[in-house]
Design a protein around this ligand. Structure first.
Ligand SMILES: Nc1ncnc2c1ncn2[C@@H]1O[C@H](COP(=O)(O)OP(=O)(O)OP(=O)(O)O)[C@@H](O)[C@H]1O
Length: 346
C-alpha cells in the first residue's frame, strides 16, 4: 500500500485576467510513493512540482482526482482533519524559512510548541534532534551566524521535531554549493535509513536524483511524462525531456558540436555502444564486444563516453570510431548488436 497515492490529479488556477483560460498546473497526474522510499520529482521551472507538494501536504485542494496520504483521502477531509495530516508531514524549503529572531534551539522548539508537546519533553527532543543533524554545539547560535548548510540542517531538525512519517524536501539543496549539497543529501539519506521516514525530493537537478532517490518521476507542463526506478531512468531514458535531464550528469551520445570535432579527428564509422548491467551477462559481454570489434581486421578507437555507477549498478555509453573495409565493419557490428545496443552516430 503506497503511503502517498495520487490518482488522475488535476489542478487548475483561475485566470489572472478576465477572458483568459484557467491555468492547468497539473494535468492528470498519477503517482504511487511507497513507504520507506526516497522518491524524486524532477522538472523545469513551471512544471508543476510545487503545486504537487502543496496538494500532498494539504495546503491546496485538487480540482479533480484524489490524493491519499497514509490511507486518508485528503479530498474528503475537512480543514480540521487536514491539520492532523499536516502534522505527519515535515517540510524542508530552499530558503530554509527559519525565524531569524530565534536561536537554533528556538527554531527547533517552535513546531513542538505548536503541536502542543508538553514543555517538559522539549529539552530531550531538541537535544536529540540537534545531535542527529550534527549541530549540538550551535544550539544558542542565531541563523545569521550559520552557513547555508548549517541552516538547512536546522530546517531538517525542525521538520523532524514532531516525528513525521513523510518528509517533503522542496529544492532543499538548490541554494547550496556542491560540497554542502552533498552533506545535506547524506543527512537526508540518514533520515530515510535510520528513521525510516519516506522522503519526497523535489528538484530541478538530476545530480540530486542520482545521489539519493530510489524512484523518480519526470514532470513537464503539469504532467508526469516518465517514471520508474532511478537506474532504469538513467540508463534508458525514453522522452526527450528525460534525456535532457540525464545528459546533465551522464555522457551518452555526443552533441552535434562535439560530434563535428570528433569527426574531424576520426575518419571511421562512428557508433555508440550502450551497456547496462541489466542486460544479461553484461560483465562478460564487454570483453566480448571488444573482441568482436577487433576481429576481421577492424580497427577501433574509443572517442567519447563513460561508465556510470548509479546506486551500485553500472551502465555506460561508449562511442567508438571503426576503421577497416566496409564489409568487415558491418560484420563486426552485427556480432556486437547481439550483445549490446548499437546506435549509429550521424
Ligand atoms: N496560486 C497560483 N495561481 C495561479 N497560478 C499558479 C499558482 N501556483 C502555481 N501557478 C502556476 O502553475 C504552474 C506550475 O507552477 P509550480 O510552481 O507548481 O511549478 P514548479 O515546477 O514548482 O516551478 P518552480 O520550480 O519555478 O516553482 C505555473 O505556470 C505557475 O505559474
Amino acid at each position: 500500500m503506497p503511503i502517498i497515492q495520487l490518482s488522475d490529479v488535476s489542478k487548475s488556477f483561475p485566470p489572472r485576467t478576465r477572458g483568459e483560460q484557467p491555468l492547468l498546473a497539473l494535468d492528470g497526474v498519477s503517482l504511487d510513493i511507497e513507504e520507506g522510499d526516497i522518491f524524486g520529482i524532477i522538472g523545469y521551472s513551471g512544471a508543476g512540482k510545487s503545486t504537487l507538494v502543496r496538494l500532498i501536504n494539504a495546503l491546496e485542494r485538487t480540482s479533480s482526482g484524489s490524493v491519499v496520504v497514509a490511507g486518508q483521502d485528503l479530498t474528503r477531509l475537512r480543514e480540521k482533519q487536514l491539520r492532523g495530516i499536516r502534522l505527519g508531514i515535515g517540510m524542508v524549503f530552499q530558503q530554509f524559512n527559519l525565524f531569524n529572531s530565534r536561536t537554533v534551539w528556538g527554531n527547533v522548539e517552535y513546531p513542538l510548541t505548536v503541536a502542543g508537546v508538553p514543555k517538559a519533553q522539549h529539552q530531550q527532543r531538541i537535544s536529540e534532534l540537534l545531535h542527529f543533524v550534527g549541530l549540538a554545539d550551535k544550539a544558542h547560535s542565531y541563523p545569521d551566524q550559520l552557513s547555508g548548510g548549517q541552516k538547512q540542517r536546522v530546517g531538517i531538525a525542525r521538520a523532524l521535531a514532531t516525528n513525521p512519517s513523510i518528509l517533503l524536501a522542496d529544492e532543499a539543496t538548490s541554494a547550496l554549493d556542491p560540497e554542502t549539497t552533498r552533506e545535506v543529501l547524506e543527512l537526508l539519506k540518514r533520515v530515510n535509513e535510520e528513521l525510516g521516514i519516506t522522503i519526497v525530493v523535489i528538484t530541478h537537478e538530476m545530480e540530486v536524483i542520482r545521489s539519493i532517490a530510489h524512484r523518480v518521476a519526470v514532470m513537464d507542463s503539469g504532467r508526469v511524462i516518465e517514471q520508474g526506478n532511478v537506474f532504469d531512468i538513467f540508463s534508458k531514458p525514453q522522452s526527450d525531456a528525460t534525456k535532457r535531464f540525464v545528459s546533465t550528469v551522464v555522457r551518452a551520445v555526443p552533441e552535434a558540436d562535439e560530434l563535428e570535432v570528433l569527426r574531424a579527428k576520426h575518419p571511421g564509422r562512428i557508433v555508440t555502444l550502450s551497456f547496462s548491467d541489466a542486460d544479461a551477462g553484461a560483465a562478460v559481454s564487454q570483453s566480448q564486444v571488444f573482441q568482436a570489434l577487433s576481429s576481421g581486421g577492424v580497427g577501433f578507437e574509443l572517442i567519447y563516453g563513460g561508465i556510470n555507477d548509479i546506486q551500485g549498478r553500472t551502465f555506460g555509453h561508449l562511442t567508438v570510431s571503426l576503421t577497416g573495409p566496409d564489409a568487415s565493419v558491418e560484420s563486426a557490428l552485427s556480432a556486437v548488436r547481439d550483445l549490446v545496443t548499437v546506435t549509429e552516430v550521424r
